[in-house]
Design a protein around this ligand. Structure first.
Ligand code: PEP
Ligand code: MG
Length: 516
């Protein structure tokens, strides 16, 4: 059997290493989702043109009906709903629809051939764009085109709706519409990064997802285990693995006696879980993910305040660290620049577009009750903290907010880690963003399916120790993906970290498995 690089055989288990996209661990049965086979359409005559166009329009209408039906069941799930909305809007996009019709008339080629030509051209244009976000958004077009082609062929698609219970779905590249199925327990794909729509949906729904994995046909239907925290897929998991997995879930809660667990919130969809997991608070609200359907520049202050108020309400008395929009690079609102990961990101963006920053602060102050905790992402030096604090104080005064304001700094850059002693004097708490700290310490793109280093690489542990040792009395919490993994936690506890903020989904998973 050909094995891909990085594969190790452990007894009958096959362990595949990929990229962690959405946290959580799950056992299930593999279902390989195959792309539909597309027969080339035959050339048509002038007399057939109108009939061919009518066939295309019918496929568009059926696709619209499909999407509306899907939406009908998903009213509550804002994020999923709005992605399907994007697909419905794309159906009316003249770059696709009118172009296909014009070309059928002009070229006398069958609809399928023309349609694939048009999508192929769009793909070329999207893949030449500098931002991988645009490239990933092309997946929505591809997803939709798969649906339209299915209707053109008058055949139903191999969509997850037809998939058995307890399935874990594998596809070369997962599309948003693959993620809207209840039956599926987890996702594995070969292509696709953390910011694809499919990834956002999986995270919003708390479904584990690992990418960067190829799976041979012969494994279809086999039992598999996926670990969305570590990015691992195991085909034929042994009994021993099942047992140890259960023990690990229990372990995380037994050990939580000597550590404090916090939750990361990325979506309002699962905030009801906040009252169901044993946490000390919300370590990180990724506010940039809370408004999936609207450009962050145009989310009104009121809309923002309503969402923040919902989170405050759901958290009850627990403290909440609202991180200001962490925009740029792999996140939203990135601007075109040669190297976005090292460009206008996080706090740099807010200091540059200070009206944008002030709007969010206004919304946060208007939603806050007795205390508002504001966290600053991608701080590179002290000056940025001082400038941000000045703006925060100004908006606080304008809003006449009389509660307590606590300011936290996210240490995600080595420069900031090395300045911890000075930074700590200017903030109330520190949060280690280990995802970005890993990326920037080892110069290793966090989205790359090709390069990776241990998330507890010695260099990173040394840097984190500098943070812990120099923070003085300022509390330090670690809120990257590794916080959810007890194996890594051990090394982190050894260097003095006691506060961990994990994806809410992974905490609730551990709870489900906690026999107590
Ligand atoms: C991090 O970088 O570790 C972090 C928590 O922030 P994000 O993953 O949202 O960049
Ligand atoms: Mg980060």
């Amino acid at each position: 059997m050909p094995l891909q690089e990085g594969v190790q055989l452990v007894r009958e288990e096959i362990i595949l290493h990929g990229v962690a996209i959405s946290p959580g661990c799950i056992f299930g049965y593999l279902h390989r989702l195959l792309p539909p086979e597309i027969e080339p359409g035959s050339p048509i005559t002038n007399a057939q043109v109108e009939k061919e166009i009518a066939r295309f329009r019918k496929a568009i209408a059926s696709s619209r009906r499909d999407l509306k039906d899907l939406q009908g069941n998903l009213q509550e799930e804002e994020e999923v709903y709005s992605i399907l909305d994007t697909h419905i809007k794309l159906l009316d996009d003249p770059k696709i629809t009118s172009k296909v019709e014009e070309r059928i008339r002009g070229s006398l080629l069958g609809t399928e051939s023309v349609f694939r030509q048009v999508i192929g051209e769009l793909e070329k244009r999207f893949s030449a764009m500098p931002s991988h976000l645009f490239r990933e958004r092309f997946l929505d077009v591809k997803d939709l085109s798969r649906r339209i082609l299915g209707h053109l062929r008058n055949k139903s698609l191999d969509l997850p709706r037809k998939i058995k219970k307890k399935s874990i779905l594998w596809a070369e590249e997962l599309m948003p519409s693959d993620i809207v199925e209840e039956q599926v327990l987890g996702y594995v794909s070969h292509l696709g990064g953390r910011t694809s729509h499919a990834a956002l949906l999986a995270r919003a729904r708390g479904i584990p997802f690992v990418s960067g994995i190829e799976i041979e046909k012969e494994h279809d239907g086999k039992e598999i285990f996926i670990d969305g925290n570590k990015g691992i897929v195991v085909i034929n998991p042994t009994k021993k693995r099942k047992l140890s997995q259960e023990q690990r879930a229990v372990f995380s809660f037994e050990k939580s006696k000597d550590i404090n667990l916090y939750a990361n919130v990325d979506s309002v969809k699962n905030i009801h879980l906040l009252s169901q997991v044993p946490i000390r608070g919300v370590g990180l609200v990724r506010t940039e993910f809370l408004f999936p359907s609207t450009e962050l520049f145009s989310v009104s202050v009121q809309e923002q305040a309503d969402v923040y108020a919902k989170i405050i309400e759901a958290a009850g008395k627990l403290p909440i660290n609202f991180r200001i929009f962490d925009v740029g690079a792999d996140k939203r609102n990135g601007i075109f620049e040669p190297n976005p990961a090292l460009g206008m990101r996080g706090i740099r963006y807010h200091l540059h577009f200070s009206q944008f920053f002030r709007r969010q602060l206004t919304a946060l102050f208007s939603a806050a009750k007795e205390e508002l905790r504001i966290m600053l992402p991608m701080i590179a030096d002290l000056e940025e903290v001082l400038l941000a604090k000045k703006i925060i104080r100004e908006v606080q005064r304008e809003m006449r907010y009389e509660g307590i304001v606590k300011i936290g700094v996210m240490i995600e850059l080595p420069s900031c880690a090395l300045m911890t002693d000075k930074i700590a004097k200017e903030c109330d708490y520190i949060s280690i963003g280990s995802n970005d700290l890993l990326q920037h310490t080892l110069a290793c793109d966090r989205l790359s399916p090709y390069v990776s280093y241990s998330p507890i690489h010695e260099s990173l542990l040394r840097l984190m120790k500098i943070i812990v040792d120099n923070a003085g009395d300022v509390p330090v919490c670690l809120c990257g993906e590794i916080a959810a993994n007890p194996k890594y936690r051990k090394a982190l506890i050894e260097i003095g970290i006691r506060n961990f903020s994990c994806a809410l989904g992974s905490l609730s998973y551990s709870c489900d498995n906690n026999p107590n």
